[in-house]
Ligand binder design. Structure first.
Ligand code: GA4
Length: 334
């Protein structure tokens, strides 16, 4: 049988289906709790992710953007395609990045920095006047504020004198941060051909990867799909919770903490009983910022594990890589 490249790409989207119970080992942190900073540090060291509750982001801001995004995705394909390709910001369908990665999803990418916003993203916002503009801005502002609060607790929890070592990078007006909105189809939406090919398998919505930035903040509706890779290499399904945020350690935070915090590998399975909508804020530093282990975290006994690179250098290399590549090796000392 001749397997054409389309079929080969489709085949890569399946993983063996096993009945996976929901993983309950992700720490839950209450932002208003006096022990929050200790719990955040422990979670970032041990699991690379935690769920934040009592976060202070108004639910109304979340559902407003969610509904606006759903309205966008409900439009005819030809209309959505006007906002594509997503290079680097705009609408994307199945293709992830520009190096051949595919996933079973459609998505929108926005820069959250008005200075670096591309003509394409500006057009997207203009073509959908009531849609997005205020929704994206209000949501991003609120999430960024919560992000900085958490990053300050992290610095404090690590015993770093300047509480803003991490937060100043995201707060900077040149911060290279992104908002991503993903929609993964429900099982009933997946076409018959794919369904048949799927057989006993799971459909990959977004393949395994680590996030390159400092921190990612994920909010989803109540559809399942998110999985993290545990230290023993097994995949664990994370229960969804539409009222909370999952914080995921990114590569830069692993480097800055000299490997203490773990940039956790994760992926998303599509084909849940309802479609999954997730909104992820990726907090990144300005492009010219030099990133390396913080001197206060490299003790005399301990060696610095990584060299310094600017975010521009790391980002450029990242965008040339495949989704599942281990990009952190670029930071490793030779
Ligand atoms: C993963 C994290 C973010 O979603 C993202 C992704 C980016 C993209 O979709 O364009 C990348 C991926 C992500 C890492 C490797 C490259 C770039 C797709 C891809 C194959 C927006 C990001 O910053 O890096």
């Amino acid at each position: 049988m001749v397997v054409d490249s389309h079929e080969a790409a489709l085949n890569e989207l399946f993983v063996a289906k096993a009945c996976m119970p929901m993983f309950t080992g992700v720490p839950v942190v209450d932002l208003t709790h006096p022990q929050a900073k200790r719990l955040i540090v422990e979670a970032c060291q041990n699991v690379g992710t935690f769920k934040l509750v009592n976060h202070g982001v108004p639910f109304e801001l979340i559902t407003r953007l969610e509904n606006e995004a759903l309205n966008f995705f409900m439009q005819p394909q030809s209309h959505k395609d006007k906002a594509s390709p997503p290079d680097p910001f705009g609408y994307g369908n199945k293709e992830i990045g520009s190096n051949g990665d595919m996933g079973c999803l459609e998505y929108l990418l926005f820069s959250t920095n008005p200075e670096v916003i591309s003509p394409k993203a500006t057009l997207l916002l203009q073509q959908n006047p009531q849609i997005f503009r205020t929704g994206v801005e209000d949501y991003t502002r609120a999430v960024k504020k919560m992000c900085c609060e958490v990053l300050e607790l992290m610095a404090d929890g690590l015993g770093i004198e300047s509480r803003d070592v991490f937060s100043r990078l995201v707060r900077d007006e040149r911060s290279d941060s992104i908002l991503r909105i993903n929609r993964y189809p429900a099982s009933g939406e997946v076409n018959a051909e794919v369904e048949e090919a799927l057989g006993g398998g799971n459909l990959i919505g977004f393949g395994e990867h680590t996030d390159p930035q400092i921190i990612s903040i994920l909010r989803s509706n109540n559809a399942s799909g998110l999985q993290i890779c545990l230290q023993d290499g097994t995949w664990a399904s994370i229960p969804s919770d539409h009222t909370s945020f999952y914080f995921i350690v990114g590569d830069l935070l692993q480097v800055m903490t000299n490997g203490r915090f773990k940039s956790v590998k994760h992926r998303v399975l599509a084909g849940s009983s309802i479609s999954r909508l997730s909104m992820i804020y990726f907090g990144g530093p300005p492009l010219n910022e030099k990133i390396g282990p913080l001197p206060s975290l490299v003790s005399k006994k301990e060696e610095s594990l990584y060299k310094e690179l600017t975010w521009r250098e790391y980002k450029n290399a990242t965008y040339k890589s495949r989704l599942s590549d281990n990009r952190l090796t670029l930071f490793e000392k030779s």
